[in-house]
Design a protein. Sequence first.
Length: 146
Amino acid sequence: MPLRDGYDGAIVTLLQKNAWLSYVELGRLVHLSASAVQRRVERLRRDGVILGAQAQIAPAALGRGILLFVLVELRDESARHLKGMQRQMMREPGVKSVHYVAGSTDLIVEYLAAAMDEYAAFAERCLNGEANVRRYSTLTVLKTMI
């Protein structure tokens, strides 16, 4: 499943930034023909390197203009507790993603809120009221730069 060469790496990097690039445009950027790029992209999909593409939607378009990252430290990281937290987060409409990470934080929750009181209600319901949450801190995005 690894990338075969620098062309594959360049194609994957470009598609991560903009999955809507045409084969012609990708070819121009990596100096290959559109058909060569198409064959490579199809192989990368078949090999499980490219898993899919997602549309990035402006939070304001969804009526959710506040982006927050919540750093969560858990008391217990057992599979059972992680699965329970995953189920709980999946039920929350403002949760965009949850990442289980190594380091001083166990989970990073990406949350889109229409207003801070909505986030406060989420925090009370899912974080303050959750016995397995040792502590959490919230980062409010002021501006997305890239």
